[in-house]
Every structure is written in structure tokens, then in C-alpha cells.
Design a protein around this ligand. Structure first.
Ligand code: GLY
Length: 328
């Protein structure tokens, strides 16, 4: 395993010093980027359900890249055993389950819902905002009213498990749970079809036990997700506050626009994230990460803190891969 510091990396890269931070952080081994066979689906974590496969099957059935994103994310939102997305998600500190989601298509259209309650598929409401309104973002009660008007069913999304977890949490009321293998956080998904068109989406119930009204990075275009069909796409997972402050997914796409591979772009964004959020540097419960896909069909992923996994579908098979990470 080869350790390189960011400083060495920048010396090798040479030309883009102005974009770089001053901290020196060592990273785990650096994956090589390769152009993958299309169609490609890359998603955050291993949700143990066929997320990428559903996306690819949707393309095979004649669906668009946006259909693929929506259908696959719907699967995660509907799964009551997933405690960080949709139905079964953990509530905020007042016991409300509030959902955030957004998506972007290959034409640069975007839709988003924030702080939405009682609708199982926020990603589909985000799509309805994009396709049926002149707006990009709807929030809270307005988003719920819109969803109901559009025919979405209003329902209680708390499960026995999430209610019990909340009752247990109330005993101690500790604010931030660690994010990792057991507390997966956001589903972020990027899909490229055979023609090379890209769409992406992300959906989450956000940080468990958050303050009522808190909105994370996931529904914010440019933070939790960004798609530019001419360049590539990125999506984020982990502590959303740190991602918002660097417009993380947009930053990854901009690094790619400037010639960085998806892997380098994710790593540089993590470097920026920790430079701008120094208080998290030595917090062992802290994790934030990005996955990215460029127009050439290369992918990358990197997190601050060990533990991010991503799922990659290419060449007819799906694989779960440990992301590179910065060493603390
Ligand atoms: N990344 C999800 C959130 O912070 O809400």
C-alpha cells in the first residue's frame, strides 16, 4: 500500500496549486481510474438490496437515466430496515421523521424537497417538483401539500424499530451518532446509460436525532449532488454540514472539469472539506465522502474517515468496494 501526502500529490499535479488547501493529510492507497463499460451505476454504501441492478434493469427496460435513478432510490426509500432513508428512517430529536432528496437529469434540470414528512418517496416528489413546477426546491408543509396534490400517499413512516430506537435514544439524548457500516446515511446514485448520458439523485432522512428543522446536504444541488452531463457527476454522504460548506459535489465536478480524474477530484474535495472544517479532524466518529463519475466512464470515491463503501455496476456485474480514505 502506497502512502502519499497531499503535498506530494500537488507537486506532481503542478498546475492547479491555486485550488488546493495547505493541510497535509495522508491517504489510503490510490485507486487507478479506468474507463468502464457502459451502462454504469455507482452508489453510496452497500444497502444489501439491488440498488444498482434496479437502475440498470430500468435502462434495459427502456427507461431514461432519470427513471433509473428514481426507481433504484425508491427501492431504498421503501425498505423499512434501512434506518437512514425514507420509511424506517430515524427521526429528529422531537420524534419527527423528516426527509430530504434531490435529483438532476442529463439536461441539467434539477428538483429537490427538503424537510418533507409522511411521504415515502421524496425522490419522486423531487422529480415532480422538477417536471411539474417552475421551481427547483419545495420545503416542509408546502412540499407535503404539493406531494398530496400530485397524488402521493400521506402515511406514517416510522416503524416499530425506529420508534424503539427513538425511545432508547431519549434515555441519553446524545446528539450525533457515528456514521459507518451500521448507520449508512444517504443513498446517492449516479447512472450513465449506453449513450454516455448521466443523471443522479440522493435521498436521506438525514442525521438521526437532528434538531427539528435541520436540513442536510442531500437535497441541496451542488452540495449533496451535482450533475453536469458534459463533465460528470458527484454525490456525497456523511455529515452534511461539512459538505454544504464547500459545495462539495459541485467542487468535485469542477475539479473534473479542470482535468482531474474522478478519484483525484474526490480526494481533493476531501482535502478541502477538512481544511474548511478543522474541528472534525480528530473526531473519530466523523465521516464524509464523495463518489464521482466522469464523462469518460471513470469513477472515483474518497472519504474523510475510514469506512465508506460504494457499489459499482459495470460490465454486467455489481461489486461493493472500500473507498479510499484520508488517514487521521
Ligand atoms: N448526508 C446526509 C445528511 O447530512 O443529512
Amino acid at each position: 500500500m502506497k502512502r502519499r501526502t497531499f503535498i506530494k500529490q500537488t507537486a506532481l499535479a503542478g498546475t492547479s496549486a491555486i485550488l488546493l488547501s495547505k493541510t497535509s493529510i495522508a491517504f489510503s492507497n490510490i485507486s487507478q481510474s479506468n474507463t468502464l463499460t457502459r451502462p454504469i451505476a455507482i452508489s453510496t454504501w452497500d444497502f444489501k438490496i439491488p440498488v444498482n441492478e434496479t437502475a440498470i434493469q430500468t435502462l434495459r427496460d427502456g427507461g431514461s437515466v432519470l427513471d433509473a435513478v428514481e426507481k433504484a432510490i425508491n427501492l431504498v426509500e421503501a425498505d423499512p430496515s434501512i434506518t437512514s432513508v425514507g420509511r424506517g428512517g430515524y427521526p429528529d430529536r422531537d420524534g419527527h421523521l423528516t426527509l430530504d432528496a434531490c435529483l438532476m437529469d442529463e439536461k441539467g434540470n434539477a428538483g429537490s424537497v427538503v424537510f418533507l414528512e409522511n411521504i415515502m418517496h421524496p425522490i419522486s416528489v423531487a422529480r415532480a417538483v422538477m417536471e411539474r413546477t417552475p421551481h427547483v426546491v419545495l420545503a416542509g408543509d408546502g412540499a407535503l401539500q404539493f406531494a398530496v396534490e400530485q397524488g402521493f400517499k400521506k402515511e406514517d413512516l416510522l416503524t416499530e424499530n425506529s420508534k424503539k430506537a427513538y425511545r432508547d435514544w431519549l434515555q441519553e439524548s446524545k446528539y450525533i451518532p457515528p456514521i459507518g457500516e451500521k448507520n449508512h446515511d444517504t443513498i446517492g446514485l449516479l447512472v450513465m446509460n449506453k449513450d454516455g448520458d448521466i443523471a443522479g439523485g440522493c435521498s436521506t432522512s438525514g442525521m438521526a436525532w437532528k434538531i427539528h428543522g435541520r436540513v442536510g446536504d442531500s437535497p441541496l444541488i451542488g452540495a449533496g449532488l451535482y450533475v453536469d452531463n458534459e463533465v460528470g457527476a458527484a454525490t456525497a454522504t456523511g455529515v452534511g454540514e461539512t459538505v454544504i460548506k464547500i459545495a462539495g459535489s459541485f467542487l468535485v465536478v469542477e475539479f473534473m472539469r479542470n482535468g482531474k480524474s474522478p478519484q483525484e477530484a474526490c480526494r481533493l474535495a476531501i482535502e478541502r472539506l477538512i481544511h474548511k472544517n478543522p474541528k472534525y479532524k480528530n473526531d473519530n466518529g466523523f465521516l464524509a465522502g464523495f463518489i464521482a463519475l466522469n464523462k469518460a466512464g471513470e469513477v472515483g470515491a474518497c472519504s474523510y474517515g475510514k469506512g465508506l463503501q460504494y457499489s459499482l455496476y459495470t460490465d454486467g456485474k455489481n461489486e461493493v468496494i472500500d473507498a479510499d480514505y484520508s488517514k487521521k
